[in-house]
Design a protein around this ligand. Structure first.
Ligand SMILES: CC(C)(COP(=O)(O)OP(=O)(O)OC[C@H]1O[C@@H](n2cnc3c(N)ncnc32)[C@H](O)[C@@H]1OP(=O)(O)O)[C@@H](O)C(=O)NCCC(=O)NCCS
Length: 170
């Protein structure tokens, strides 16, 4: 398996992977977007404004991940290639390129994805009833923060300010 940055014309295969993975997510409203709309969105929105990586298996693209700032917006692996470490490899590349951490939204009924992210060190920041997402399905915001570097000053060595280190995540 090989992970690489997506080339412009990979948008088609990424749209197909997106469509076939989402077709298995029975809790999503069907036909929210047509296949053609999904291809155009992949080309004009995802590939224009996000960083995209693809996973290849025997020269065939079988998964993709896209990130915008610290948000992992999409991580999809073809159903018949899931459970073989491809999602883990894509997530590792996203984590490598997001030094301050990674956030993502995932649907509450997507238990396999939640388990996958928890296994990779993500924790839940908050849950919603789905009112504000397009699909109207309850979801949750999750975050992963890298372990502090051993070279960082400790409280005893460095200046401390009350409340320092606490952010909107806490
Ligand atoms: C969630 C998703 C991205 C994970 O990708 P994946 O390629 O299946 O992930 P991995 O194979 O790395 O890991 C999945 C499981 O397989 C196991 N696994 C990892 N490497 C493996 C290997 N070489 N052989 C067998 N099993 C393996 C892992 O232990 C993991 O188990 P878990 O689900 O209990 O945590 C993928 O299942 C997917 O595309 N799902 C549909 C779309 C989706 O839900 N995307 C997330 C939206 S937020």
């Amino acid at each position: 398996m090989n992970i690489r940055c997506a080339a412009l014309d990979d948008y088609r295969v990424c749209a197909e992977i997106h469509l076939s993975a989402r077709a298995r997510m029975a809790y999503l409203p069907p036909d929210l977007h047509s296949a053609e709309e999904t291809r155009e969105w992949m080309r004009d929105v995802v590939f224009r404004s996000e960083r995209v990586w693809v996973a290849e298996d025997a020269d065939r693209v079988v998964g993709y991940a896209s990130a915008d700032g610290e948000f992992l917006n999409h991580l999809y692996v073809l159903p018949e290639h899931q459970g073989r470490g491809i999602g883990t490899a894509l997530l590792a590349v996203v984590m490598e390129h997001s030094r301050d951490g990674v956030k993502l939204w995932t649907f509450e009924p997507n238990e396999a994805a939640i388990r996958f992210y928890v296994r990779h060190g993500f924790r839940t920041l908050r849950r919603t009833d789905g009112r504000t997402n397009e699909e109207k399905v309850p979801d949750r915001l999750m975050v992963w923060r890298p372990a502090p570097s051993p070279a960082a000053p400790t409280a005893a060595q460095g200046r401390t300010t009350l409340g320092e280190g606490r952010g909107p995540d806490d």
